[in-house]
Ligand binder design. Structure first.
Ligand code: GRF
Length: 190
């Protein structure tokens, strides 16, 4: 039986600061939210976001070693009946084996207007190419990096005065706004 009827048991994977995690936790606490965050997992045991999750009384797991990390995570996902994984600033690439074994949906947030700028340094590349817009995308995770179906994206204007830091700040703000929305849209269409 589901722990919280009507809500998907969710695990969030992070690597650092965890500001997207915070926005997801805030969303999950809303009465009508579609998710209950049960578990936060990190490939970086000292990730700031883990401390926040702990204070929010959410179970945490942090481990640096890749092979152990995936196997132990899969066990925990099973133990806590996790239906959905949200990657939020998770900087490791999950193996095809992991994705296959979990077998339920995995979503990711990426700081670019996919399919543009897969991978790292997205803001730097957008500024260098003199793009007029940057943005963020929420997409399904597949074995191919940052290439699964896009669920939702939002643009921000790149101003002449923008640098990587200012652009990152603007995009992060919309990341916090669209991740909960994308989860709602995704789960409503399952
Ligand atoms: C976000 O910009 C996310 O899109 C990217 O890494 C950053 C993580 O930020 N992949 P936070 O840990 O959620 O604060």
């Amino acid at each position: 039986m589901e722990k919280y009827p009507g809500k998907k048991n969710t695990a969030v994977f992070i690597s650092g600061r965890g500001s997207n995690l915070k926005s997801l936790i805030k969303y999950s606490k809303k009465k009508n939210s579609l998710v209950k965050i049960i578990l936060v997992i990190s490939n970086n045991p000292s990730a700031e976001g883990l401390k926040y999750a702990s204070r929010s009384k959410i179970k945490i797991y942090g481990n640096k070693k890749k092979s152990n990390f995936e196997n132990k995570s899969l066990k925990l996902l099973k133990k806590y009946n996790i239906d959905l994984i949200c990657l939020a600033g998770f900087m490791k690439i999950l193996s095809g084996n992991f994705i296959k074994k979990f077998s339920k949906p995995i979503l990711n947030i990426h700081p670019s207007l996919l399919p543009k700028y897969k991978g790292l340094n997205t803001h730097e590349r957008a500024i260098k190419n003199k793009d007029r817009f940057a943005g963020a995308s929420i997409h399904k995770v597949t074995e191919k990096l940052d290439s699964g179906k896009v669920i939702l994206q939002k643009k921000v204007k790149i101003l002449k005065s923008d640098n990587v830091r200012s652009l990152e700040k603007k995009v992060l703000k919309i990341e916090h706004e669209i991740y909960p929305k994308a989860i709602e849209m995704f789960l409503a269409n399952l």
